[in-house]
Design a protein around this ligand. Structure first.
Ligand SMILES: *Cc1c(COP(=O)(O)O)cnc(C)c1O
Length: 346
């Protein structure tokens, strides 16, 4: 079943992720009208225009379109690091935990994961300690990989600049996994180029809150992106008439950034509704993500199954994840609050 109107709730009401968003009618029309060419030849005008637009938004020289954020992050690792190099990363960050260990598997790049603090940041002392001296016993520490937003949390500016300054002073580069960085843009009121100004490279996802069917962009210097283009081809990310996708993303950049504020507002409503019954301590909310602590993983899994039977899709486990997005309206949020509170209260 298609859902062309962003104001129409997804059926069933799906709060598992903002990746479940479907292209709106306007987006589909933009895709249909896209001028296209063979992008591996550099001939797709829609892709070229999109890459220029995103590079400028992020305040960098160049950008490159990828089918997914995982591939964009992987190519960033492969381009920054050689075999035998290492990258410092948070233990719960996507580039370490949720991408199949791609850097290690495909690039011979060793991850150096660090504990993530309660606010999603890394300790600068931990980073400093993890940077290895130039000694043949050690892998060469080459890169610091950060994430913003991290589980919905906007990373503090002081952390991003402090960590980047530290990394740069030690000769490391800095990559930002900005899968949801537009949520940080809207939540903080800061333009993208301001948030990314300390980063050497950034990966941006368009298939999450922005609502495009697929696509991520890697942004950096012209020299870096030229190298990344070779890796992208090698890992199978060179696409042909991808202007169809670029047109969807271009539409999303024009129409779906400011409206992320609606998602943030609905996440707050959802959190408030749940907190009334479950207590404020049980509910965490930031940007478009709500986490509900139900005490045990078994209780979360039971909640998930019971909700699914009512046409409401939510995460499972002890920390039940609920994500707002453009496929949900106020009624969907109210309905979700009623269903979840009703179940947990019985
Ligand atoms: C979704 C996501 C990615 C990339 O995921 P794809 O599904 O491969 O596009 C990267 N980092 C974070 C934090 C994400 O949430």
């Amino acid at each position: 079943m298609t859902n062309d109107n962003p104001k129409t709730p997804t059926t069933p009401i799906d709060l598992r992720s903002d990746t479940v968003t479907r292209p709106t009618l306007g987006m589909r029309q933009a895709m249909m009208q896209a001028a296209v060419g063979d992008d591996v030849f550099g001939d797709d005008p829609s892709v070229n225009a999109l890459e220029d637009r995103v590079a400028e938004l992020a305040g960098k020289e160049s950008a490159l379109l990828f089918p997914s954020g995982t591939q964009s992050n992987l190519v960033a690792l492969l381009t920054h690091c050689q075999r035998g190099d290492e990258y410092i990363v948070g233990q719960t960050y996507h580039t370490y935990k949720y991408e199949g260990g791609g850097g290690a598997v495909l690039g011979g790049i060793q991850p150096q994961p660090l504990p993530v603090q309660a606010d999603g940041t890394l300790s600068l002392d931990d980073i400093a300690e993890a940077i290895k001296p130039d000694d043949f016993h050690f892998a060469r520490t080459r890169l610091l990989a950060l994430e913003n937003t991290q589980w919905g949390r906007v990373m503090p500016e002081g952390f991003l600049s402090g960590a980047a300054d530290l990394a740069h002073s030690e000769g490391l580069s800095v990559h930002l996994d900005g899968a949801r960085v537009f949520n940080a843009v809207v939540a903080s009121g800061q333009p993208l180029h301001h948030i990314t100004r300390h980063m050497d490279t950034i990966s941006l996802c368009c298939s999450k809150g922005l609502g495009a069917p697929m696509g991520s962009l890697l942004v950096g210097s012209a020299e870096f992106i030229q190298k990344a283009r070779r890796w992208r081809k090698m890992v199978g990310g060179g696409m042909r008439q991808s202007g169809i996708i670029a047109a969807a993303i271009d539409y999303a950049l024009t129409h779906h950034i400011e409206r992320l504020a609606d998602d943030h507002e609905r996440a707050k409503q959802l959190a408030q509704g749940l907190a009334q019954q479950q207590g404020t301590d049980a509910v965490i909310v930031d940007t478009n993500m709500v986490y509900l602590d139900v005490g045990t993983a078994a209780r979360g899994d039971a909640l998930q199954a019971a909700m699914q039977a009512k046409g409401l899709m939510v995460g499972g486990g002890r920390m039940v994840r609920l994500v707002t997005h453009l496929g949900l309206d106020d009624d969907a949020i109210m309905h979700a609050v009623e269903c979840i509170n009703g179940y947990l209260h019985h």
